[in-house]
Design a protein around this ligand. Structure first.
Ligand SMILES: C[S@@+](CC[C@H](N)C(=O)[O-])C[C@H]1O[C@@H](n2cnc3c(N)ncnc32)[C@H](O)[C@@H]1O
Length: 267
């Protein structure tokens, strides 16, 4: 297995049991399905499906005449998605989940109406080649829809600064955030005729600093925490708890308001 994939599969294997606690990732995935215009009867592939946030929404929308397939590198994430699919009733599309590398998908070309990649493109070793491969899985007239963070909320700049100072570089986890321009260029490089970009702001609220801290261990950021010395984790937590107070708003909660880019490519 490629080194990036080994690191990624291990990390997401460790967070699978708690991943759904980060509600903002579920929200982004559901918005991506809406931007992709998934509707009844469609055949949908959710690439890097994780615990199934986009997959479940697509399965509901595609309905019994459609089809939904989710693939992920981390078996515990895929297993969690499969469990969640089982709870859907007969109004949902037939669906399946497989452990598969998005960069080498063993799927028949031209077999999907929509391919989704929610909050995962930054983890791919070679995103341009990967998206070209995914583009080939679309039927004529099909649609590729990808989400990524555009801006992480300038009030939280201290977080990146602290991590830069205290954590090892994040390169083993892939190529880094693309922002709106980078994502648009990436989708154009697939040969898509038209790329539509939408940027939306999220509002993530935490009751207090410990609630934010607990969430940091439930998704990909856990990697940085796991690779810091104990003293560095303690220094990060103490500095973050002091800085985070500047993000407390009139309702008494701490708010993180990042913006997310949804890019939709049509043939
Ligand atoms: C941040 S999670 C996003 C999961 C899901 N799409 C969502 O929106 O909740 C990233 C996921 O990408 C998966 N992933 C990363 N690289 C992958 C690859 N090359 N092939 C398949 N899955 C991959 C990880 O295992 C993880 O489940």
């Amino acid at each position: 297995m490629h080194e990036v994939n080994r690191v990624v599969a291990g990390l997401f294997g460790r967070v699978a049991a708690t991943y759904d606690q980060a509600g903002f990732l579920q929200q982004i995935a559901q918005r991506l399905v809406a931007h992709a215009g998934v509707r009844s009867g469609m055949r949908v592939l959710d690439v890097a499906c994780g615990t199934g946030a986009a997959l479940l929404e697509a399965t509901r929308r595609a309905g019994p005449d459609g089809l939904a397939v989710g693939v992920d590198l981390a078996e515990p994430m895929a297993a969690q998605a499969a469990r969640r699919l089982q709870a859907l009733g007969p109004a949902a599309a037939p669906a399946a989940v497989a452990v598969m590398d998005a960069e080498r998908p063993g799927l028949r070309p031209a077999s999907f109406d929509v391919v989704l990649v929610a909050s995962a493109v930054y983890l791919l070793g070679e995103p341009a080649a990967a998206l070209r491969g995914l583009w080939a899985l679309l039927r004529p007239g099909g649609r590729l829809a990808v989400s990524d963070f555009a801006d992480l909320d300038p009030r939280w700049a201290w977080k990146d600064e602290l991590l830069r100072r205290l954590a090892p570089p994040l390169e083993p986890l892939g190529g880094g955030r693309l922002r709106a321009g980078g994502l648009e260029r990436l989708l154009r490089s697939t040969g898509a005729g038209q790329v539509t970009i939408a940027v939306e702001q999220l509002d993530v609220a935490y009751a207090d600093a410990p609630a934010w801290w607990a969430e940091q261990w439930t998704h990909g950021e856990r990697w940085a925490l796991e690779h810091m010395d104990d003293w560095a984790v303690e220094a990060y937590q103490a500095a973050a708890f002091a800085a985070i107070e500047a993000c407390r708003e009139a309702d008494g909660a701490i708010h993180w308001r990042p913006s997310v880019v949804y890019a939709v490519a049509d043939g």
